[in-house]
Design a protein around this ligand. Structure first.
Ligand code: IMP
Ligand code: MG
Length: 428
């Protein structure tokens, strides 16, 4: 099968951007199917890092076509800025970018409402990225959303926008005591943006289905991670989209029968940004070391990421949900300095041991991880490019992950640079 889905098996930031970018050289099409500008996919282009939020990570690879699918929520202003920045970096954006007409827009009132809602939540705040993602998806379900294809006829967009913005201002002013938004100002800002984005607007599902049927290599690039999935993640501390492989069909118009292998991207340890349960979280010097060595800071918000050991219970849960048979392990090199490495092999909940990932936040909070200790390798793995160049304890660590999670590893990332990969088996 020529279509491959790349999903994060943790809480996002597993390094999907780098992997997608690396795999893009073998892909004809790279497709985002969910999420929005909350994503921060860091990719190294000519040795300098660049962060993609809405653009698929194949955009910097010549000859690859990129699709922002109908399941994505697009902030047109943010996308316009991102395109300009990427062009500034010498990357061409023309026919290689298609934006599906059905993708809904994130508009300024979504961001304003999210800020007001998060403030109102107080201690129960989700710790969102403030990119308007939740309110935009909520509007889509509530039939108050505006698909981006509407921008092609600006008058049609204007009347729809004016009809909605007044109601949003009522919420802002009367419920949250915030300032109303100036509809005229927003329309003025959006008009030139609409003109620039119009050339990329496209009806993409048939293009995609035809490409897969013709045997082209198609890469579906997941954003966020499985444990942030709106239905199966650590609700309510989740994002508002379907982040699992199941989101591909709903977010692209490609039927499940045309979706091929699902590859999980798994960081060699765990991180999480924002609030919510995190069973293997560390708060000691080890966390600090991981945070510093791994530059664990949100690519979108700049917040320090919470850090902890690898959680096999959570990994198995993600593997089951996504139908993963092979994973790519990332950031192995960050563990180079540890004498021992811990892996969570089970949970202790109120004195009983389980390998089931709990479905309620209350249970998730009561977890005490059961750890297995594995010897570290205390040497540099950053230059390794072949399996034989990895130290024996590092290989043993990887092998143990495979045994515990009943999965195979297709490659291991050992650095930020695009070529810092040890390939075991090829993806396509
Ligand atoms: P939202 O997606 O901005 O609504 O944020 C909801 C939760 O998902 C928060 O905990 C965010 O920190 C987290 N989140 C959203 N996008 C990402 C991402 O790309 N990487 C990691 N965490 C994310
Ligand atoms: Mg990220």
């Amino acid at each position: 099968m020529s279509s491959v889905v790349v999903v994060g098996t943790q809480w996002g930031d597993e390094g999907k951007g780098k992997i997608t970018n690396a795999l893009s050289s073998d892909a004809d099409l790279v497709v985002r199917f969910q999420g929005g500008a909350n994503a921060g996919h860091t990719v190294s282009v000519d040795g300098t890092p660049i962060v993609f939020h809405l653009l698929p990570s194949g955009i910097s690879v010549p000859g690859v076509r990129n699709i922002i699918g109908p399941g994505v929520v697009i902030d047109p202003i943010a996308l316009d800025v991102e395109i300009a920045e990427v062009i500034d970096r010498g990357i061409e954006i023309g026919e290689n970018l298609m934006i599906d007409v059905g993708a809904h827009m994130v508009l300024p009132y979504h961001k304003a409402l999210e800020a007001a809602e998060e403030k109102a939540r107080g201690n129960a705040a989700i710790g969102t990225t403030h990119r308007g993602i939740g309110p935009a998806y909520a509007d889509r379900c509530a039939r108050d959303g505006i698909p981006i294809g509407t921008l092609a006829a600006f008058d049609v967009f204007r009347s729809r926008f004016e009809e909605i913005v007044d109601r949003k201002n009522e919420y802002l002013v009367r419920l949250y005591g915030e300032e109303p938004l100036d509809a005229g100002e927003i329309l003025e800002q959006l008009h030139p943006v609409a003109e620039r984005l119009a050339r990329h607007l496209s009806d993409t599902p048939e293009t995609l289905r035809a490409a897969i049927r013709a045997g082209r290599n198609v890469l579906f690039e997941g954003a966020q991670g499985t444990l942030l999935d709106v239905a199966f993640g650590t609700y309510p501390y989740v994002t508002s989209s379907c982040t699992t492989a199941a989101g591909v069909a709903a977010g692209t118009g490609v039927p499940p029968s045309l979706i091929g292998e699902v590859i999980g991207i798994t960081k060699a340890y765990t991180t999480r940004v924002g609030a919510g349960p995190f069973p293997t979280e560390l708060t000691d010097d080890t966390a600090k070391t991981i945070q510093e060595r791994g530059s664990e800071r949100g690519a979108t918000t700049g917040r320090a990421r919470r850090c902890g050991w690898l959680d096999i219970v959570a990994l198995k849960y993600s593997i089951a949900l996504n139908g993963i048979r092979r994973i790519i392990v990332t950031k192995l090199d960050i563990l180079d300095s540890f004498e021992t490495i811990k892996v969570c092999v089970a949970y202790d909940i109120d004195g009983s041991r389980t390998d089931r990932f709990p479905r309620t936040v209350d249970e998730l909070r009561r977890i005490r991880p059961v750890y297995e200790e594995i010897p570290g390798w205390m040497s540099d793995t950053g230059e390794a490019r072949r399996e034989s160049e990895l130290p024996a304890p590092a290989l043993a660590y990887l092998k143990r992950i495979c045994e515990l999670a009943d999965v195979d590893i297709c490659s291991v990332s050992v650095g930020a640079k695009g070529d810092a990969l040890v390939e075991f088996t090829s993806v396509f």
